[in-house]
Write a protein that binds this ligand. Structure first.
Ligand code: GLU
Length: 494
């Protein structure tokens, strides 16, 4: 079957901004198809739009792919047999190909000035027409055109779009798409700065790099007839076209805007990969989340990258747009955190403690991980649950030491009793401490919540913590008793 032949796929971002989850998902589908078919995953940087070029964006893209574990086989920083992989370094290739189309009669030099084009556009808008090039230079004599170029006149090269007939293109997810040629424009292929537009650059590179499948979001569908015509004018074979859907904002109404992105950030979410990482999302969770926004497998499947490779079938991508649902990101992130081996999770949360200025004892960290693993939605949740483990002293709020429906004096009395029980133990472990403490609760005729609540706040300094007895065992008898003693004094002073 053709879809199991080794595919050559490229992720071809433009370095024009920050890497967001839309690009990450395209890269993921590229990667999955390449790995599923034993093929090749290529990174190509499409940096020919110098006006939109953003310094540092390429580095961020590479960093993002690395973080996600989407390792490419050919790319600008690692090279490969079809390089260079940065379009700005392939200038001569495009120039040569643009002129090849001119020679074939499928393209032409155009000398219209930006001024003329602006006026043309204005008039067309006034007449309520779609702006398009009127074809003034389409019929210029080529010899004459060459003379004007030799004289130093500025020009672009435009595609000579057939004016009659229909272009039929096939998208793997959407089937045949028919477009009447008379609505298609004579698009610019080579700009006056000598660099190609996306239309030329991408088609030439996809051909020369032997790309078998082009996966790009459906925003590119309107350009598909043009692209198909360019490829046919060269006499090349077309790749398989795959245009997955775009993402919609969480409300499902329209595309995510800068403002929506800022709103998401306020809630601890982001559409930018770099932010997601800083917010404590893990690559496994992010990948699983974006994979299923546009891939028709049962909703709740928790999959690692390797498991996705096993199950990936490009024909199961869905053409309909998906609204971004951050609650599902939480769901997948938490699920993948739970799946991480203890050592691995310890290594991933350690930096959060260090950044909070805490000293981390690795052995203690390994004992804490099983206690908090189930409660982490993001990695940084480790701080509210477990930072106190690495503090010399905790600072309970006196009022939180007072048990529900009891007075400070009664709470102090309970704390003293607990102190007695715990100080009488030869060692403090879950097994040694829990039964006598439960017996104490019974004897006092109180609820476990009342008694253990006092203990929890005294020992951890907070009202929410990992399981109490396990935590006390890690803290150790001596410290537990010190903290309890201090709590008793605080309660007595109230
Ligand atoms: N450079 C284009 C973009 O960033 C790539 C589209 C494609 O994959 O062909 O949108």
């Amino acid at each position: 079957m053709t879809d199991l032949m080794p595919a050559r796929v490229r992720f071809a971002p433009s370095p024009t901004g920050r890497m967001h989850l839309g690009s990450a998902r395209t890269a993921l589908y590229d990667y999955l198809l390449a790995r599923r078919t034993g093929g090749t995953f290529i990174l190509r940087i499409e940096d020919t739009d110098r006006k939109r070029y953003v310094e540092g964006a390429e580095e961020e893209l590479i960093e993002g792919l690395r973080w996600l574990g989407l390792n490419y086989d050919e790319g600008p920083d690692i090279g490969g047999p079809y390089g260079p992989y940065r379009q700005s370094e392939r200038r001569e290739i495009y120039y040569h190909h643009a002129w090849e189309l001119v020679e074939r009669g499928a393209a032409y030099p155009c000398f219209c000035t930006p001024d003329r084009l602006a006026k043309l556009r204005e008039e067309q808008m006034r007449r309520k027409e779609n702006p398009h090039y009127d074809g003034l230079c389409r019929h210029l004599d080529l010899g004459e055109a060459r003379r004007r170029i030799a004289n130093g006149e500025k020009y672009v090269i435009r595609f000579k779009m057939p004016k009659e007939g229909v272009t039929t293109a096939v998208d793997l997810l959407r089937g045949e798409i028919h477009t009447a040629n008379n609505v298609l424009d004579d698009a610019v292929l080579l700009k006056s700065d000598g660099l190609p537009t996306y239309h030329l650059g991408a088609m030439v590179d996809d051909h020369l790099m032997k790309i078998t499948h082009v996966i790009r979001t459906m925003e590119w569908l309107p350009s598909l007839p043009l692209h198909v015509n360019i490829i046919r004018a060269f006499g090349w074979d077309e790749p398989v076209w795959v245009h997955p859907s775009v993402f919609l904002k969480p409300s499902g109404k329209g595309k995510m805007s800068k403002r929506d992105a800022a709103d998401a950030m306020k809630d601890g979410y982001s559409i930018y990969l770099g932010d997601m990482r800083a917010l404590g999302f893990i690559p496994e969770g992010v990948l699983n989340w974006i994979a299923l926004m546009g891939w028709g497998v049962p909703e709740d499947d928790i999959m690692t990258l390797d498991e996705m490779i096993q199950r990936f079938d490009i024909r199961n991508l869905t053409p309909s747009p998906a609204a971004i649902n951050f609650a599902r990101l939480d769901h997948f992130n938490a699920a993948h955190i739970r799946r991480l081996p203890t050592e691995e999770l310890a290594a991933r949360i350690k930096p959060y403690f260090l950044n909070a200025g805490l000293q981390v004892d690795d052995e203690r960290l390994l004992r804490i991980v099983p206690l908090i693993r189930e409660r982490l939605v993001t990695l940084d949740d480790c701080l509210p649950f477990a930072a106190w483990f690495f503090k010399e002293n905790v600072e309970p709020k006196p009022e939180e030491l007072v048990a529900k429906n009891l007075t400070p004096a009664q709470s102090a009395e309970i704390a003293r009793k607990a102190f007695e029980v715990l100080s009488g133990l030869p060692v403090l472990t879950v097994e040694s401490a829990e039964p006598p403490m439960r017996a104490l609760v019974e004897r006092l005729g109180l609820s476990p919540g009342q008694v253990f609540g006092i203990l929890r706040v005294a020992v951890t300094g907070q009202t929410v913590s990992p399981p109490l007895f396990e935590s006390m065992e890690i803290v150790g008898k001596e410290k537990v008793l010190q903290r309890l003693q201090r709590a008793i004094e605080m309660l007595e002073r109230m």
